[in-house]
Design a protein around this ligand. Sequence first.
Ligand code: CP
Ligand code: NVA
Length: 325
Amino acid sequence: MKRDLKSDQDFSAEEVRQIFQLAKKVKEKQKKNEPHEYLKNKSLAMIFQKPSTRTRVSFEVAMTHLGGHALYLNPNDLQLSRGETIADTTRTLSRYVHGIMARVFSHQDILDLARFASVPVINGLSDKFHPCQSLTDIFTIWEKLSYPEKFPNGFTIVFVGDGNNNVTNSLLLLCARLGINFRVGCPKKYQTKTEILELAKADFSKSGSTAEITNDVNQAVKGANVLYTDVWISMGRQDAEKRKKILVPYQVNQRVLSLTKKKTMVMHCLPAHRGEEITDEVIDGPNSIVFDQAENRLHVQKAILIFLLQPKSVVNGGLATPAPK
Ligand code: CP
Ligand code: NVA
């Protein structure tokens, strides 16, 4: 049975831990210049309905390092632009490639791709979720904490800004699964949807961590171990000027950072709109780990690809040696 990564609820907590172990191993191999061709002769189709720097480049480079090959597909160049259905496109692609990664406007397109593909489908960002990002983010925190067995009790990620976007939703679901507290400081108008909180409810009660939403930014950031933000106007969103006005009090700046702990890690999925959701001083300051986070997209992407496209490589949470044929 093929598996997909449509949202953060497709992998169990145990599987996420396996992905983190795999990412750590492939990162070590890359740093030592050791080959890690676990996807030799495999191909990945990458459909991008929206622009991308990190997702596109990290997936493409990941496939090359893993001994495979990635194809960048712009929907305007595909017959999709002339009315061929997603179903027919997907059934055709499944005959050529071993996996499909897609960045789409509507999350329904990810669900349709997954339904009609006979190969794994990976969500490279939809309007609702960005699971490759959240997996990388929590992996980065795990790495900064020196790979603990469990996240420390009370460990809290605080997201400040647009509480109703793909990155916030994915972080919330993954925190629920892994037992990390998640707090959102956002305006009432751009608050995390009840539907997302409902989705995460069972995981929060199972893992014992909590979700909190507050409109008071000072209250939100108190005791944060991680301070996270993202753009105010996600790709495909309207009303830029109105959104900017409402979100001004939720900027991550030196004043907001000073309300947190001394060692609070500052994160951003990038691209950043400097001077809007985050100031230069904070994103370039000593608490910021944004470029380690960006680098880790590559290592975590490799782990996701191995896990889904070559599951027989994953042995006892580690990697088979040598790579299976
Ligand atoms: N964070 C992220 O997904 O970046 P790109 O939009 O550049 O892919
Ligand atoms: N929320 C942002 C994330 C970009 C990686 C967007 O959807 O544009």
